[in-house]
Design a protein around this ligand. Structure first.
Ligand code: ZN
Length: 350
């Protein structure tokens, strides 16, 4: 019985990069999916169909579509649910935005995270977890709606959520690309290429333990960082404001960020598959972890962050950046300063 289950899992994961690529190509069309533009309607139909194919229950009412209005503009979040064994518990939420910033594919921003979210949903069966899993594909994350009252995740939180709160939230954005450093270019070492940043572990004292006991697959390494290093880059903002435990996964900015060159052929689907597996594992771990409501934000994670960097990057790679193995907050500050100078555009607005 056990070995049969294992065989199925291995066969599935062998096909996961191809499945993710197919999903990214299905959503990241040439016209984009900017709010109010024709491509947005195409994306809406696609997103609803993907939730239907996975057999998710509508989160609310009879449809996944949860429309709302902001000014004279109409928006739509799409939200499904995988029922857990105890519906009296607060649900887990996994989410990503599906709109695009320009009329272009915007594959990394954010079709890759939509694909991950859908494939995580495919991997969790009804009744498998104790908590319900809310699968949320948010509208209007991009400017000019970013952090306004029309932002999909903010409106979901204010007007569309049920009253059970959230056990924990995982949001992803910009997760399909390899990390490359400006000065090293094509010579960026593999250990850096496969990095993903996980922000927000300070939002609950149990989260560092959850991350530490959920090993990443070989093709990705996670480094934990304070959200305040890159404040509220995406849909986790509203959940952080309301003191829900959250994790935000991102590979940061890259040269194709918010450009027409952010196309499906430039993504690393093996890395995206590893992140899909890891996110699924994180949800399982969070499901089994007590996370009592905790209103004092920003638990001390200095040593945990330093250790995560040391685990992801061997001393010879850190030496290439002119850094020693980090141990203190000042060391993590130096590492992040270096990483951001080498990868981020000016400013942090998503
Ligand atoms: Zn964006």
């Amino acid at each position: 019985m056990h070995s049969a289950t294992t065989t199925v899992a291995v066969t599935e994961s062998a096909g996961l990069p191809a499945e993710l690529e197919q999903l990214v190509r299905g959503l990241a069309l040439a016209d984009g999916r900017r709010v109010g533009h024709p491509g947005h309607q195409v994306a809406e139909a696609w997103v609803a169909e993907q939730l239907r194919q996975r057999g998710l229950e509508p989160y609310q009412g009879e449809h996944y579509a949860l429309p709302y209005v902001g000014g004279r503009t109409r928006f739509t979040n799409f939200v499904g649910l995988i029922p857990g064994r105890d519906q009296s518990l607060s649900p887990l939420l996994i989410g990503a935005h599906y709109d695009s910033v320009i009329d272009a594919p915007c594959a990394d921003d954010n079709a890759a995270s939509v694909a991950l979210t859908l494939q995580v949903a495919s991997r969790i069966r009804p009744g498998q977890l104790r908590h319900d899993v809310v699968v949320a594909l948010f509208d209007a994350e991009e400017p000019p709606y970013f952090l306004t009252d029309s932002m999909g995740s903010i409106r979901f939180y204010k007007d569309q959520r049920d009253r059970r709160g959230f056990h924990a939230v995982i949001i992803s954005d910009l997760i399909g690309h390899d990390v490359g450093l400006r000065t090293l270019g094509d010579d960026t070492p593999e250990a850096i290429r496969r990095l993903v940043c996980v922000l927000g572990a300070e939002s609950h004292p149990a989260l560092p333990g959850v991350i530490e006991t959920t090993p990443t697959p070989a093709s990705v390494s996670a480094i934990a960082l304070l959200n305040s290093y890159a404040p509220d880059l995406s849909d986790h903002h509203i959940f952080r404001l309301h003191h829900h435990p959250y994790l935000f996964l991102s590979c940061g900015h890259w040269p194709h960020y918010h450009r027409a060159t952010d196309t499906p052929d430039r993504l690393n689907y093996v890395k995206l598959a590893a992140l899909t597996t890891w996110t699924t594992d994180l949800l399982h771990k969070l499901d089994g972890t007590e996370l009592p409501r905790c209103l004092s934000p920003d638990h001390k994670t200095d040593a945990f962050e330093a250790a995560s960097i040391a685990r992801a990057l061997p001393p010879e790679v850190l030496a290439l950046l002119g850094l020693a193995t980090p141990r203190t907050r000042a060391d993590v500050d130096r590492f992040v300063g270096h990483l951001f100078r080498e990868t981020f555009e000016l400013g942090f607005v998503d």
